[in-house]
Ligand binder design. Structure first.
Ligand code: DC
Length: 215
C-alpha cells in the first residue's frame, strides 16, 4: 500500500510521514531530499539552473540514492549538505523543470516498487502525479506563521528570525504552487488536514484512522 503525504514546507510532513511509516513497519521516502540531492549536484558542477538540458546532463552523470542512512549522491551520504542554505535557495528553480521532474518521478516509482509497493511517500505532487491511484492520500496544511515557527527549530533555518523564515517559505511556496509542471496542490481525493493546532501525535492518529478504514 502507498500512503501519499503532500503539502508545503513546515507543515510537519517529514515527522508525520516517518512516524506513520514506523508504526505500520513500512518504508518512508522523502522525495524533497531527492530534489535537494539533484540541486546539490547542480551546484557542485556550477551549472545554470535555468538551462534544462544542462540539468538533465548533470542528472545523467550522478546517482541519487535513498536508503536507511538517508539521501546519497553517488554513494556519498549528503543528508546535511542537502539542507544547506545554498541548496534551499536553488531547489525550487531546479524542481520547476518538467524534464527534471519526470526523471525523479521515475526514480521514486522504481524505489517504491523495490519496497514491494509498500511505503509512505512524502512530497508535493505524490497524490496528484507520482501515485495518483494511491488509496490513502493526505494533504497537510498549516498557517504561514505556524510553519515559520516550526522551521525556526530546524538547523537549516538557524540564525534567522521567524519573519525571515516566513518570507523564505512564502517565496518557495509561490514557486512550487505556480510552476507549470506538477504544481503543489491537494489531489481532489486527498484528505486535507490543517495541522496548525494539532500535535504530531494527533495528526499521525488521524492518518492511521484513514489507513485502517481502507484495509
Ligand atoms: O520538502 P522539501 O522542503 O525538502 O522540498 C524541497 C523542494 O523540492 C521544494 O521546494 C519543492 C521540491 N519538491 C517538489 O517539487 N516535489 C516533490 N515531490 C518534493 C519536493
Amino acid at each position: 500500500m502507498v500512503i501519499t503525504i503532500d503539502g508545503p514546507s513546515g507543515v510537519g510532513k517529514s515527522t508525520v510521514a516517518r512516524a506513520v511509516a514506523n508504526i505500520l513497519s513500512i518504508s518512508y521516502l522523502d522525495t524533497g531530499a531527492m530534489y535537494r540531492a539533484a540541486t546539490l549536484a547542480v551546484i557542485r558542477e556550477g551549472v545554470d539552473v535555468t538551462i534544462e538540458t544542462e540539468l538533465l546532463d548533470v542528472l545523467a552523470r550522478h546517482t541519487i540514492g535513498y536508503a536507511e542512512i538517508g539521501i546519497t549522491l553517488d554513494g556519498e551520504p549528503v543528508a546535511s549538505d542537502v539542507r544547506s542554505e545554498e541548496v534551499t535557495d536553488e531547489v525550487s528553480a531546479v524542481s520547476a523543470h518538467a524534464g527534471v521532474r519526470s526523471q525523479l518521478v521515475e526514480m521514486q516509482r522504481r524505489w517504491v516498487a523495490d519496497q514491494d509497493g509498500d511505503a509512505v511517500v512524502e512530497g508535493r505532487d505524490i497524490g496528484t502525479v507520482v501515485f495518483p491511484d494511491a488509496r490513502v492520500k493526505i494533504y497537510l496544511s498549516a498557517t504561514p506563521l505556524v510553519r515559520a515557527q516550526r522551521r525556526a527549530g530546524d538547523a537549516e533555518a538557524s540564525g534567522k528570525t521567524v519573519a525571515e523564515i516566513a518570507a523564505q517559505i512564502s517565496a518557495r511556496d509561490h514557486t512550487d504552487s505556480t510552476r507549470m509542471a506538477s504544481p503543489l496542490r491537494a489531489a481532489e481525493d486527498a484528505v486535507v488536514i490543517d495541522t496548525s493546532e494539532l500535535s504530531i501525535d494527533e495528526v499521525v492518529d488521524e492518518i492511521l484512522q484513514y489507513v485502517s478504514a481502507d484495509v
